[in-house]
Design a protein around this ligand. Structure first.
Ligand code: GAR
Length: 206
């Protein structure tokens, strides 16, 4: 049986979702994606799930008016699939439920397209970095806590954006590294554990 039972939460294109699918199919990640959860019925991520026979659930905002109701349904799906790693891959909603966050503490990870704490909480961090005139930006993969984009950092990658001439160009450049890094981190979860002391995260291979 694969070590990881993974749930992916995604709202859009799903290139990071795809990189994890590829990592599993190419044998780098010892895991199985049990379910894709999306809040967007038009997400390209759904198409990817269909192409790879991954079950998916659409929790549209029209059906789930309150964040609490949506988080409660997410928790039900995670529990019933015995999920041990939740991967937020371009999931553009905030998980607020205390019980979900507590039960899945250090089992939910997120990718943010900046070097946190720069542009923490931004929904357009690449454009923000460009507008600010940053020469270096990058990505951060971190644990999810009740502090938005504030959980302990697992991995960061700096990306030189000095030659970019728009926020979109910055986003494209960082995305290439996101796809590689997210796959790498999920593979690490499948082949070891992370020790967390305060804000410090150390990887211990099996
Ligand atoms: C990625 O750039 C990811 O870092 C970002 O959304 C994009 C999703 O792309 N996430 C956030 O900004 C979260 N605050 P994808 O759908 O192709 O994986």
């Amino acid at each position: 049986m694969p070590k990881l039972s993974i749930a992916i939460l995604a709202s859009g294109r799903g290139s990071n979702f795809q990189s994890i699918i590829d990592g599993i199919e190419e044998g780098e990640i010892d895991g199985k994606i049990k379910v894709l959860i999306t809040n967007n019925p038009n997400a390209r991520a759904i198409q990817r799930a269909k192409e790879h026979d991954i079950p998916y659930e659409v929790l549209s905002s029209e059906l789930y008016h309150s964040r609490e109701a949506m988080d409660a349904r997410i928790k039900e799906i995670l529990d019933s699939n015995k999920i041990n790693l939740v991967v937020l891959a371009g999931y553009m909603r905030i998980i607020k439920s205390k019980s979900l966050l507590e039960q899945y503490k250090h089992k939910i990870i997120n990718i943010h397209p900046s070097l946190l704490p720069a542009f923490k909480g931004s929904t357009d961090a690449q454009k923000d970095a460009y507008d600010y005139g940053c020469k270096i930006s990058g990505l951060t993969i971190h644990f999810v806590s009740d502090d938005i984009d504030g959980g302990e950092i697992i991995l960061q990658k700096a990306v030189d954006i000095s030659s970019c001439s728009s926020g979109d160009e910055v986003a494209d450049k960082i995305l290439e590294y996101e796809n590689k890094s997210y796959r790498e981190v999920v593979a690490m979860f499948s082949k070891g554990t992370f020790e967390i002391k305060g804000r410090h995260v150390k990887y211990v291979p099996d």
